[in-house]
Design a protein around this ligand. Structure first.
Ligand code: GAL
Length: 674
């Protein structure tokens, strides 16, 4: 269930709305805004995200009138507010008085104002001003009836995940002292015997600033951890002020679990959020962008520990920040929105309500476009509001899955460090390839961290988990010991959390589980493709792999330097504590899409997994559960009507379905089963 105490207060059903920037518009437009919000069925808007310079135009001079009016007007219209702390863009007067709050890039460049997020969280001056403004905003609106949720800053760490300033250096040293206790432990963890890097005191340690050549990888990883922790600590400091003033109001900030930011470890952040919120934008030039959307939504649900979450931003049509910003096709915005709902979102919010007339984002779509209400986009806005109202009963229901796809931010950081066997490994690309093969079979997937409880899953897929702790490795092995089919792929289990290689042969931490031992990586050159004995074409990676007794080669290379060497292996893993036997598969190369599909089908068959509903290609159906009540949320991404086998009451058309359920071409449908 959605925890009512952690959900935007007073918002019933699913939330619908977006970022609202009334401070960009004259009064008559603001008055029209709320009338249009009512017409569209908007019930939640995020206000004042970038409004510091308007609220406090000069030091200590406060102008609340416009925001009071906005809050009152929204309340009168029945629209609730996710009120921001207004701290996402420091006002010019603050930067002028305190240039020392500006962040510093790796090469020493000071990042200037004139854009947004030009602040360093390690600056005590910045912190003091942020907490001051947060308290002022919180006290001003503590009892306002429109206040439903606190929206802390905005996409923390999005533009400047890593600050290399002297303030950050001091923060990094404090963080390292508390992690390692003494400098000897740091020297051991970082392997500083290499290249004369041994430190005698913490005072000598710096962030990994630009250097002549490759930086110490463990230092880079710890700086990434420190930075993610520092941003989280910044969130907590703001959240604590909000809690102090308004203990009854939930707080969150908007994550970007896949889009544009790999540097925040949202798995570690999630429990500090009263409700997890995510922003997602389609990759415009990806013909299957909706598959990446589904992956992102499943990852958000995984980060949220399975609880319902808020889609805080997506776009009604084009964005403005990709090389080519294509408009959404007919039905696409509705399908995108319902995909997020299918995968567990209880809110569909957008950037932004009304398209800006000036500024860097003026070509970004919105719910009210430049063209006004006589437009396709506006008609879609109204249509979506109506559709979301008719499925309000989904609120609080959950998604269940028998398949886990294991994902880890630190493993992503580690896999993409420099000086590796191949520059062509893409961690999200690898995850997505496996996800896509499961999506094509309409199998629901939980995307979860390696430390999650994996024992309830029948299939666990572990792509390129380069870096992991000993506990996480044991946890993955535990899934197989509890009867699961486990697939691990190339460049997994190679190093510990300090990027220290597990000696004795690869894939170190998974060697025993998989029953294989690799002497040497054999990455393939760009364009180099080899054939496996079932005809699969494979590229990117191979290894000089040997099998331990009991491990079976399922596929071998037919050609190339490693002809005859296994590319796919399987070992039966004895069950523990009364569990049935499981299996551990190792994939030591990158198969083409058909080959990966064949492998995925084999694994699904071994694990006995079938989709909840069998669908034609391109039709996605996810079941949401609430106690004994279940709903099927269907999204037809094709240009052909689909007929599925299901029965119940369809909420968008209000019709009963008795066995043959038609989901028209390009449409969405929601069936309460029974
Ligand atoms: C988000 C950001 C919004 C807006 C949007 C444009 O990352 O939070 O403020 O910039 O991108 O796509």
């Amino acid at each position: 269930m959605t925890d009512p105490a952690r959900w935007p207060l007073g918002v019933t059903g699913l939330a619908y709305g977006g970022d609202y920037n009334p401070d960009q518009w004259p009064d008559d437009v603001q008055i029209e805004d709320v009338a249009l919000m009512q017409e569209a069925g908007v019930n939640l808007v995020s206000v004042a995200i970038f409004s510091w310079a308007r609220i406090e135009p000069a030091p200590g001079v406060l102008d609340w009138q416009w925001l009071d009016d906005t809050m009152d007007r929204l309340h009168d219209a029945g629209v609730k507010v996710a009120l921001a702390t207004a701290t996402a863009s420091p006002p010019p007067w603050l930067v002028h008085a305190h240039p020392e709050i500006l962040p510093v890039a790796q090469d020493g460049t000071v990042l200037g104002p004139g854009s947004r997020q030009h602040y360093r969280i390690a600056s005590p001056v910045w912190r003091q001003h942020v907490l001051r403004l947060t308290r002022l905003v919180a006290e001003r609106y503590a009892t306002h009836p429109a206040l439903a949720l606190w929206h802390v800053d905005n996409e923390l760490g999005c533009h400047v995940p890593h600050d290399y300033s002297d303030d950050a250096a001091a923060g990094f040293r404090r963080w390292l002292k508390s992690r390692y206790g003494g400098i000897d432990a740091l020297n051991t963890a970082w392997g500083t015997s290499f290249w004369s890097q041994r430190y005698s005191t913490f005072d000598e340690v710096l962030p990994p600033r630009s250097a002549p050549t490759s930086l110490n990888p463990a230092q880079q990883l710890d700086f990434a951890r420190y930075s993610s922790d520092a941003w989280l600590e910044h969130y907590r400091a703001i959240r604590d002020v909000l809690r102090d003033v308004t203990p009854h109001v939930p707080a969150t900030t908007n994550f970007m679990v896949t889009t544009r930011n790999k540097w925040m470890d949202y798995v570690a952040w999630a429990e500090d959020m009263d409700v997890v919120a995510n922003d997602h934008y389609l990759i415009g030039d990806d013909p299957e962008a909706h598959v990446e959307l589904a992956f992102s939504a499943d990852l958000t649900r995984g980060v949220a520990g399975g609880k319902p979450w808020i889609l805080m931003e997506h776009s009604s049509s084009a964005v403005n920040w990709q090389p080519h910003n294509r408009a959404k096709r007919p039905g696409e915005m509705l399908r995108n929105s319902f995909q997020h709902v299918a995968h567990g979102a209880d809110a569909v919010m957008f950037f932004q309500w009304r398209a800006s007339a000036s500024g860097a984002e003026k070509y970004h779509s919105a719910l009210v476009p430049h063209a006004g209400t006589d437009s396709r986009v506006w008609r879609r806005t109204v249509e979506l509001g109506s559709a979301l109202r008719s499925v309000a009963e989904l609120r609080g229901s959950r998604v269940r899955s028998r398949v886990a796809l294991v994902f880890s931010y630190p493993a992503w950081w580690g896999a993409e460090l420099d000086s590796h066997p191949s520059v062509d490994i893409s961690y999200p690309g690898t995850l997505l390839a496996h996800y896509r093969a499961l999506w094509r079979r309409n199998v629901t997937v939980d995307v979860v961290p390696p430390g999650a409880d994996l024992t309830g899953y029948d299939l666990v897929v572990v792509p390129t988990l380069y870096l992991l702790t000993a506990d996480e490795a044991a946890n993955v092995a535990g899934a197989a010991e509890h009867g699961a089919t486990v697939l691990v792929t190339y460049f997994s289990g190679i190093v510990d959390e300090h990027d220290r290689v597990h000696l004795g042969g690869y894939p170190g931490a998974f060697r025993d589980l998989l029953g294989v031992r690799t002497e040497e990586f054999w990455p393939l050159l760009p364009g180099e493709v080899h054939t496996l004995d079932d005809g699969t074409r494979a590229d990117l990676w191979s290894e000089d792999l040997h099998l331990e007794p009991g491990t079976v080669a399922m596929r071998t290379f037919s050609d190339g330097d490693l002809a005859g060497v296994p590319a796919l292996t399987r070992r039966t893993v004895p069950g523990v504590a009364g569990s049935p036997d499981g299996s551990a598969w190792y994939l030591a190369t990158r198969p083409d899409a058909e080959g990966l599909q064949r492998l995925t089908d084999l694994l699904l068959a071994e694990a006995g997994i079938e989709p909840d509903v069998v669908t034609p290609a391109g039709v996605e159906v996810v079941r949401r559960h609430d106690g004994a009540t279940t709903w099927l949320v269907a999204v037809n991404h094709t240009s052909t009507d689909a007929t599925l086998r299901a029965a119940g009451h369809e909420l968008l058309t209000g019709t009963d379905v008795t066995g043959r359920w038609t989901v028209p071409a390009g449409a969405v449908r929601v069936l309460r089963e029974g």
